[in-house]
Design a protein around this ligand. Structure first.
Ligand code: FES
Ligand code: FES
Length: 211
């Protein structure tokens, strides 16, 4: 029968040799991943429609939709305020619904319809929401404004579609367009210039409840 001391030594040897095996295989895997000519691919061919135009791209799998819009397609109207989903400056519409483009990878949008601020309207042919923001002074520095306007357009669609928000009181009737509903639904779009009350006025006007 083996003594307790012998058992303890064999157990220690086993642990040391397992750790060495893991370390060696880890180094080998890392070397294989980094070796030139490795078959792994890091890019993906995608095709989506931006502002009505089909765009074909070969993008790094890690690139966000926001960076593809700004750095690859030079649509710099969509802004990067935080890159963490906390400010709303990067808001765009995907299939008519608003999303933070900094929180989504471009490769996730194969075949989708994306609308940015450039696609809503342009100088001389403004979208009603853009015109209302100008009329009601809904911005100051303008950095949050593209995101605010994309969000505003989607907010009216959400209310029309009877999608309730956190402050909707009665879930059995059609959602009402109130200043409280607008403020709640726009709370994901930060404006350090403090244009909030004018933004609510602009949205209310477009909704047809204020002239
Ligand atoms: S840049 Fe996307 S939420 Fe701030
Ligand atoms: S207009 Fe300056 S942050 Fe909103």
């Amino acid at each position: 029968m083996q003594s307790l001391i012998q058992l303890e030594i064999s157990r220690r040897d086993l642990l040391i040799s397992s750790a060495a095996t893991v370390a060696v295989s880890g180094v080998a895997a890392e070397a294989a991943a980094q070796s030139p000519g490795n078959a792994m691919t890091y890019t993906t061919k995608i095709s989506f429609t931006i502002n009505g135009e089909i765009r074909d791209l070969d993008v790094d799998n890690r690139v966000t939709l926001l960076d593809v819009l700004r750095e690859h397609l030079h649509l710099t109207g969509t802004k990067k305020g935080c890159d963490h989903g906390q400010c709303g400056a990067c808001t765009v519409l995907v299939a008519g619904r608003r999303i933070n483009s900094c929180l989504t990878l471009a490769v996730m949008h194969e075949g989708e319809q994306i609308t940015t601020i450039e696609g809503l309207g342009e100088p001389g042919n403004l979208h009603p929401m853009q015109a209302a923001f100008v009329k009601h002074d809904g911005f100051q520095c303008g950095y949050c404004t593209p995101g605010q306007i994309c969000s505003s357009v989607a907010v009216l669609e959400e209310i029309k579609a009877d999608i309730p928000s956190h402050v909707t009181g009665d879930l059995t009737t059609q959602v009402q367009l109130t200043p409280g509903e607008i403020r709640e639904r726009m709370s994901g779009n930060i404006c350090r210039c403090g244009a909030y009350s004018n933004i609510v006025d602009a949205i209310t006007e477009v909704a047809g409840t204020k002239t």
